[in-house]
Design a binder for this molecule. Structure first.
Ligand SMILES: Nc1ncnc2c1ncn2[C@@H]1O[C@H](COP(=O)(O)OP(=O)(O)OP(=O)(O)O)[C@@H](O)[C@H]1O
Length: 291
């Protein structure tokens, strides 16, 4: 079990994370927030690549910084951009990394064979990676993070650049991997974690906004999400009055999904909130700034 205890991180005077406290057990945790919210900062602290300015992170009661190599032996980490050699095959690359980790050659060959099967790359194990798709490269990245059969697997934006089919395959792989370990996946894409995360952690204004099941997070908007159809001409007024989540034009009219916390008007259909609704609502200011 990992406990993040009152952790803050400053870059100079800039506070990237403020007083974060989290308890993490086996299973998949989705770390979900827009770009710049501090996901990578938290993940790098969990991977001992940077140290908290305040507070501490403990694994089974021991500070992970003091554990040093003992913690890194338990850790598998896939950074946002991982370095690999185009001219290597997955087998060559993984053998090279295994040697760096001090693993014996015979064991490495056996483990790499199993890992390539797990990430469905056995057939291309000897092919140079320069012809691989983004999804295939990410699967090599996961294989390298699994080399030491880690108890804690941390993946930073692992689905960036993947197409929907590769994303789906990736989700299935993650659920399987989380059966007997703690998996933390950071993403700004709701659908990456919605169906597989046991809990979703959302960060806002440098603090933990939610750490809960998808269902409970969705329930924070229960009774407040509606759909309706309006004339195109009323759109601006509607946008000014309500928090619009989605707009879809259909035969000259606008289908709108929106939030309202007061009484409903006639013609509004109350709908079940989704995680996407919560994401769009909670990060509406950040998202507007990005557009
Ligand atoms: N080394 C650094 N020095 C100064 N500021 C930094 C540093 N690293 C990150 N930041 C700032 O801290 C904030 C959080 O960054 P972080 O990379 O953790 O966010 P993120 O949620 O992972 O976003 P992204 O997915 O874009 O990396 C951002 O405002 C970023 O500009």
């Amino acid at each position: 079990m990992i406990v993040v205890k009152n952790v803050s991180k400053y870059y100079g005077n800039f506070c990237a994370l403020n007083n974060i406290t989290l308890e993490l057990h086996n299973g998949v945790y989705g770390l979900l927030a827009p770009n710049g919210a501090g996901k990578t900062t938290l993940i790098k602290m969990l991977a001992t690549l940077i140290t908290p300015s305040q507070g501490e992170i403990v694994y089974d009661g021991k500070n992970i910084i003091h554990m040093d190599d003992e913690f890194r032996a338990l850790l598998g980490y896939l950074p946002q951009q991982f370095g690999y050699y185009n001219n290597y095959s997955p087998k060559q690359y993984l053998l090279y990394l295994a040697a760096l980790k001090g693993m014996g050659r015979k064991d490495s060959i056996r483990i790499i064979k199993e890992l390539l099967e797990k990430v469905a790359l056995s057939e291309v194990g000897n092919k140079k990676m320069k012809k691989f798709s983004g999804g295939m490269i990410q699967r090599v990245g996961i294989a390298q993070a699994l080399l030491n059969n880690p108890k804690v697997l941390i993946l930073d934006e692992p689905t960036a650049g993947l197409d929907p089919k590769e994303r789906a395959r990736f989700r299935n792989l993650l659920s399987e991997l989380a059966r007997d370990r703690l998996v933390i996946v950071s993403t700004h894409i709701v659908s990456d974690v919605e169906s597989i995360a046991n809990e979703v952690i959302m960060i806002k204004h440098q603090e933990v906004l939610y750490k809960d099941s998808v269902e409970n997070i969705c329930n924070t908007l229960a009774g407040h999400v509606y759909e309706t159809t309006i004339d195109y001409g009323h759109l601006d007024a509607f946008r000014n009055r309500y928090t619009v989540l989605l707009e879809k034009q259909e035969s000259g009219e606008m289908n709108i999904r929106f939030i309202h916390k007061g009484a409903a008007a006639e013609g509004w259909l109350s709908v079940t909130p989704s995680l996407e609704d919560v994401f769009l609502y909670e990060y509406r200011d950040e998202i507007r700034m990005e557009v």
